[in-house]
Design a protein around this ligand. Structure first.
Ligand code: PLP
Length: 394
């Protein structure tokens, strides 16, 4: 097969042509600085205001509660650091899940060095947060509870409403990272009961380098990017007008086609999971079968390194990722799979397949056949497999 097959939509997605068309005039014609006080600036700001109003409506927030950022990483950083700095006189205890994105975990670890105390919620073997454990670790001085809405590696969808209630019971700020969930799951910040939420445009067929942070009105949050008067004095930096316009268009399209895409992508994912489980021996599906993102299938292949499968699939024209795309390139086992209780060798042997609206059943079937032969060939070379080859892994 000559064609390249892309099964890495959790890492990023191609920009939808309709999104690109909306963006182009904002590079060349309506190019003004949105904060300039002349007609060029006003035209640019009009587009930014429209995007802010529109996105806010889609998440049931007010426009004044939405701040544009450079993406999920900045939004996550801003959420935890902004709350930590604003509420440090009330308390210094922060709680996050152990399966958060590196943007959150790394920032929490940095805050630990600055004098904050960080506790981790427990998750079960499928990645679901243990609410009873969370109730047992919240304290009077807990100021921040952060949990992603859906995990980027194993696809687990978390019980955010319940987590928000627990946060409220101690007066802590509840934050959710909705980078993988926005445009895919129903997101209503009021219904969820969260105080803050991050989103990113490039996961939903929008441009890279733009996202947003929802901050409930009335919440005190310190800035992390200080500079000019942009974003109502809360986030300095010249507004990425084409990016914001593209983000809005992508989000609008994602919501308009949400049910259709959900059904289609999950049908590809289900076919893939069913076939891999039935036809590839010694394989473990990571994450749950239900309450999982529609696009996600994450497997550990026993006796083989994830990287060697990734390279074999790449040679066959199939793009996937090992562990988290954001940390691939490092040879560390996945922190998510370790938190789920997987032994190191399985946490090393995982591959994430994430499907998209342009994928086809034919591509899925081709991938299964390719995986079957790649896995068999790699296992034949594995001394571990020869020693344990007759024992079926469950
Ligand atoms: N949070 C989650 C759950 C993600 O999956 C990602 C990206 O993979 C991010 C945050 C970071 O977002 P961005 O790439 O926009 O910085």
């Amino acid at each position: 097969m000559e064609k390249q097959i892309y099964f890495d939509h959790a890492a990023t997605t191609p920009v939808d042509k309709r999104v690109l068309e909306k963006m182009i005039p904002f590079f060349t014609e309506t190019f003004g600085n949105a904060n300039s006080q002349h007609a060029f600036g006003r035209s640019a700001m009009k587009a930014v205001d429209e995007a802010r109003d529109g996105i806010a409506k889609l998440i049931n927030a007010k426009p004044s509660e939405l701040y544009f950022t450079s993406g999920g990483t900045e939004s996550d950083n801003w959420a935890i650091r902004g709350v930590a700095n604003a509420y440090k006189n009330k308390g210094k205890h922060l709680i996050i899940s152990p399966i958060e994105h590196a943007a959150m975990i790394t920032t929490a670890k940095a805050l630990e060095k600055e004098g904050f105390e960080v506790s981790f919620m427990q998750v079960d073997g499928e990645g679901f947060v243990n609410l009873e454990h969370l109730k047992s670790i919240v304290r009077e001085d807990t100021i921040f509870i952060g949990c992603m809405m859906a995990n980027n590696e194993v696809g687990t969808i978390e019980p955010i409403k319940e987590i928000a209630k627990i946060a409220k019971s101690v007066g802590a700020v509840c934050f959710t990272d909705a980078v993988q969930a926005a445009g895919v799951l129903d997101i209503d910040v009021k219904d969820l009961g969260v105080d803050m939420m991050s989103m990113s445009s490039h996961k939903i067929y929008g441009p890279k380098g733009v996202g947003a942070l929802y901050i409930r009105n009335g919440l005190k949050v310190e800035s992390i990017l200080t500079g000019g008067h942009q974003e109502r004095m809360k986030r300095g930096g010249t507004t990425n007008v084409p990016g914001v316009v593209g983000f809005y268009e992508a989000f609008k399209l994602a919501i308009a086609d949400r049910e259709k895409n959900f059904e289609y992508v999950s049908s590809l994912r289900d076919r893939f999971i069913d076939r891999v489980l039935a036809e590839v021996p010694f394989v473990k599906l990571n994450g749950p079968r239900e309450n999982r993102l529609p696009a996600n299938a994450d497997f550990s292949f026993k006796f083989i390194e994830g990287e060697s499968i990734l390279f074999s699939l790449d040679l066959a024209g199939i793009a996937v990722s090992s562990g988290s795309a954001c940390s691939s390139g490092s040879l560390e086992p996945s922190h998510v799979l370790l938190a789920l209780g997987l032994p190191e060798e399985l946490a090393h042997g995982s591959i994430r397949f994430s499907f998209g609206k342009h994928n086809t059943l034919e591509e899925v079937d081709y991938a299964v056949e390719t995986i079957k032969s790649a896995v068999q060939r790699l296992r034949e070379m594995s001394p571990l497999f020869k020693a344990e080859g007759d024992i079926k892994y469950v």
